[in-house]
Design a binder for this molecule. Structure first.
Ligand code: 26W
Length: 817
């Protein structure tokens, strides 16, 4: 290992610095400071240490002369930074001690940090794990994102209904880990027109924007695990260019002039809360272009500053597009290369198509982005011209490959014809990138087979797979210190940087003493969660019960309502079948619904109502409880995941691209109940069939059932338990005196056609749960399986994912400092 912050750390000067910040930055005193002020002052003092390394990394000639990856993402769901950075810096124990001497408990101070929730779910959290793994392995990296003023909304429940509130994550004091970089600010244009002139007989086009804003970068430090390398996560904030309108200001029309300021502030005001659903809003396209233009300009600034030739761009920079959200980067780079740098179309295109790579994260049709041609034309007239030209040349290739096949042209065209012409961003990405990848083996196969089969023929080898992963630093070492210590006792302390080493604990799977310790840690983690629930929700839980966990965005395809049907079936059996027995169980949910997703909100409401009744029903509640934890976020996941016995990964086969919560829970020793979907397939390969509970239709089964004409009523009428469970939703059982209040969920499953086949998978899901229940009663057998889950999921470290990107796509090398 390289020298770390540990060696340089000087406790006394650190403590002085904390005290200085208390007074100079936060205007309080050691005597008067509250926990929040202490946390902020400590955060600033720590951030200073990383800023120093950030600048050193930035100025390192070896890094400037190496190839870097630029990870472009509209979302980075980083979670709290303080605890994690302390681990990476190797200073956790030192700071605990230093703060203790100042009369402060580090763990209490860490609780003062608000989560920067700058993402919706899987895609944003993956980007955060990837930054951690790039820095840990010292691959030159910059993350480019947006500095939203408001992150993902805060969720609360009122009489069971989801309520949303704004999330001002920086607080009034600002976020201690961020540093503004005004010297790297950029100007970004919108609207306007295109002019053309002829130079030596060659037409030159030039965009004259009608409005300009400023992109102000804020850097967050991504600290390499136990190394001095710190790479930036650069987040762009949109501001008005001052003086915003000198003319109206001078005319005394102060408020008119302020208008421009208000409008430009809007662009990065708030994160769009839709997950897997595209809405086509103008402001969203403005966010996307603002993000792309600022990031591309910054990449070129660095490239120029290092003294590299523009034609060498692909040698030094690769740009990874996190889904299609930053696609407009492709025509933006073309525009700059041609209109501002004077390159020919062919030279510019050769650079672009060696620089961009694209990751697809979803096959859901409603999530595939298209933008109306007329909107792009108005907002970005020059980019629309470039898109036409890209399409024109691309369709020539299509015609050459499939002469006379008009259907192929229509299907592959970047422009979708129709009354309103639309630009298909995924097609633009595939055409403009040198590599395209899915995020799990099954998903990548479906990308080739169903989404882009013709592209796969046209560009063999462009379509690849990189299976997702999660960072073991945050998702084991930091969030589960008990298990981490137990592992380190047995196999040493190197595993967080080399997760495959966990296989060495497999040999203890039958070691009774180890099993006991392992289960004791699980019990402590369950107690920690139970305490949280008691304190924040007033529900008392028994830690001997099975902790059965489903935590993810609420979406029909993820089938939280199938889980709800299972709960209803248990409730029904407990009340009506005297021969029925079950191990005590607590079913946990945590999930936000997109504010405009009506049915998702109805499912939350139904689950809350069912929970309310069951948790207060003396007849069953020593056996069954249901807890819907509000405001799911990274810091909540850090408490829930280590406490999970059962991990629910129950999407309809073919719908979940990968999942990453499945990996986090298996790593922390939960047994998965899951369908043959996403990365579940690979988790099963790793842990073995005996250590996972697979149920339901697979992709082929789903297809066959649909082809034969799926009718949910057939299942409803044929299965007594299913019918009885569902009918509970129609009665007033959970909404006394008001029958029918939960019928939206019921109706979606019958009259609504059950688009995600919950009823078809119900019986097999119930059976898998019965098998798990039986296994839980044999605690030694359960421990054996849980330990093997921890031991055998090393593959799902995001370090491995990043190495796959590096070796198969980015082709770059680590720079060890
Ligand atoms: C434009 C609206 C929109 C917003 C977000 C469309 C699509 C998205 C994301 C691509 C949705 C998403 O987060 N997908 C998830 O990506 C994870 C990381 O690869 C996967 O593990 C999940 O399976 C996938 O649902």
């Amino acid at each position: 290992m390289k020298p770390t912050q540990q060696k340089k750390f000087d406790k006394a000067s650190f403590q002085e610095n904390v005290k200085k910040h208390l007074t100079a930055t936060y205007a309080t005193t050691v005597e008067n400071a509250d926990s929040r002020a202490w946390y902020l002052a400590m955060g600033r003092a720590l951030a200073e240490l990383t800023t120093f390394d950030l600048l050193e990394t930035e100025n390192d000639k070896a890094i400037q002369n190496a190839k870097s990856v630029n990870y472009l993402s509209l979302e980075f769901l980083i979670g709290r930074l303080t605890g994690n950075n302390l681990i990476s810096m190797g200073l956790y124990a030192h700071i605990t001690d230093a703060m203790n001497e100042l009369g402060q408990s580090l763990s209490d101070l860490l609780e003062e940090e608000r989560d920067p929730s700058l993402g919706n779910g899987g895609l944003g959290r993956l980007a955060a794990c990837f930054m951690d793994s790039c820095a840990a392995q010292e691959f030159p990296t910059i993350g480019y994102g947006l500095h939203y003023e408001y992150g993902l909304f805060k969720q609360s429940f009122e009489q069971g209904h989801q309520k949303e509130a704004p999330d001002a994550w920086r607080g009034v004091e600002g976020y201690p880990w961020e540093v503004a970089r005004p010297e790297y600010a950029q100007q970004i244009g919108f609207y306007g027109h295109v002019e053309s002139e002829f130079v030596n007989g060659v037409e030159k086009r030039r965009w004259v924007p009608g409005m300009e804003v400023q992109g102000m970068p804020w850097d967050l430090p991504i600290v390499g695990y136990e190394s001095d390398t710190v790479y930036p996560l650069r987040l762009w904030e949109c501001r008005a260019i001052a003086p915003f309108s000198l003319e109206s200001f001078n005319n005394g029309d102060y408020f008119e002039a302020q208008h421009a300021l208000i409008d430009s502030g809007n662009i990065t005001k708030v994160l769009y809360p839709n997950d897997n659903h595209e809405k086509g809003k103008t402001l969203r396209l403005m966010q996307q272009y603002f993000h792309s233009a600022a990031s591309i300009a910054d990449i070129l600034r660095r490239h120029d500053a290092a003294g590299h030739k523009i034609t060498d761009l692909p040698k030094y920079e690769t740009i990874q597009l996190n889904d299609t959200h930053p696609t407009i980067s492709i025509p933006e780079l073309m525009r700059i290369l041609m209109d501002e740098r004077g390159l020919s179309w062919d030279d510019a295109w050769a650079i672009c198509t060696k620089t961009f790579a694209y990751t697809n994260h979803t096959l859901l049709p409603e999530a595939l982005e298209t933008w109306s041609e007329s909107l792009i034309q108005r907002l970005l007239p020059r980019h629309m011209e470039i898109i036409y030209q890209i399409n024109h040349l691309f369709l020539k290739d299509v015609r050459a490959k499939w002469p006379g096949d008009v259907d192929k042209q229509r299907k592959l065209s970047i422009i979708q014809e129709g009354f309103h012409r639309m630009v298909r961003m995924a097609n633009l990405c595939v055409v403009g990138s040198y590599a395209v990848n899915g995020v799990a083996a099954l998903h990548s196969e479906l990308v080739k087979r169903d989404l882009f089969p013709e592209f796969n023929e046209l560009y063999p080898n462009k379509l690849q797979n990189v299976t997702n992963g999660v960072t073991p630093r945050r998702w084991l070492k930091f969030c589960n210190p008990g298990l981490s210590d137990l592992i380190s006792e047995k196999i040493g302390t190197e595993w967080p940087a080399d997760l495959d080493q966990l296989t060495q604990i497999a040999k203890f799977a039958d070691d009774k003493a180890f099993q006991k310790k392992y289960m004791a840690v699980k019990k402590e983690n369950k107690q920690r969660l139970a305490d949280w629930v008691q304190e924040n929700m007033g529900i008392e839980l028994d830690t001997n019960a099975i902790f059965d966990v489903q935590i993810k965005r609420l979406h029909e395809y993820k089938r939280q309502h199938l889980n709800l049907l299972h709960i209803l079936s248990l409730y029904h059996r407990l009340l009506n079948d005297p021969t029925f027995d079950m191990a005590p169980r607590v079913v946990f949910f945590a999930a936000k619904a997109a504010p405009g997703y009506h049915l998702a909100k109805e499912i939350i409401y139904a689950t809350n109502k069912v929970a309310e009744k069951i948790n207060n029903d003396k007849r069953v509640n020593h056996k069954l409880k249901v807890v819907f934890i509000p405001d799911y976020r990274v810091s909540m996941a850090e408490i829930i995941i280590p406490a999970a016995d059962v991990s629910e990964q129950i999407s309809t086969a073919g719908k979940e691209a990968s999942g990453t919560g499945n990996m986090k829970m298996a790593l922390n020793g939960a047994l998965t109940i899951g369908t043959m979907d996403g990365a579940n397939v690979e988790i099963r390969e790793e842990v073995g069939d005996d250590n996972i509970y697979i149920f339901g239709l697979d992709v082929d089964g789903v297809e066959e059932l649909r082809a034969s004409g799926y009718n949910p009523f057939d299942y409803y009428n044929a299965d007594h338990l299913l019918k009885a469970s569902m009918d509970l939703l129609l009665s007033d059982e959970f909404t006394p005196g008001e029958p029918g209040k939960l019928r939206a969920t019921f109706d979606s499953l019958l009259d609504g056609g059950d688009p995600y086949l919950c009823l078809a998978d119900f019986a097999s899901y119930v059976k898998a749960h019965e098998d798990m229940d039986a296994q839980y009663r044999d605690q030694e057998g359960w421990a054996h399986k849980a330990i093997l889950n921890t031991a055998l999921v090393g593959k799902f470290s995001s370090d491995r994912s990043i190495r796959d990107y590096v070796n198969n796509i980015w082709k770059l090398e680590a720079v060890k400092r």
